[in-house]
Design a protein around this ligand. Structure first.
Ligand code: FES
Length: 105
């Protein structure tokens, strides 16, 4: 499935992601800027914060309670904020668009 990352400067990068991996892993594998993922996907750093495109938020769903607690530490949280390590890639998310924040933490 394809995922498009749009950085805070408006630059867009579309990558191929692997089903069953996470949006965060797709970002790291493709050297997407503005995603740091310091904890490696354990939902304990909040530096993989992204804004899910409004049109996709229903499909990705909102954060779990644990993720919501971690999001308290993220920079400029918005209603569509998610931790990208907690979004599983699947065919249902083919075409997903996420925006990355200007900074993490
Ligand atoms: Fe640390 Fe997602 S990589 S919370």
């Amino acid at each position: 499935p394809k995922i498009t990352f749009i950085d805070s400067g408006g630059e867009s990068r579309t990558v191929d992601a692997v089903n069953g991996s996470t949006v965060m892993e797709a970002a790291l594998q493709n050297a997407i800027p503005e995603v740091e993922a310091e904890c490696g996907g354990a939902c304990s750093c909040a530096t993989c914060h992204v804004y899910v495109d409004e049109a996709w938020f229903e499909k990705t769903g909102g954060p779990s309670p644990m993720e919501e607690d971690m999001l308290d530490f993220a920079f400029e949280v918005r209603p569509t904020s998610r931790l990208s390590c907690q979004i599983k890639v699947s065919d249902a998310l083919d075409g997903l668009v996420v925006n990355t924040p200007a900074r993490q933490g």
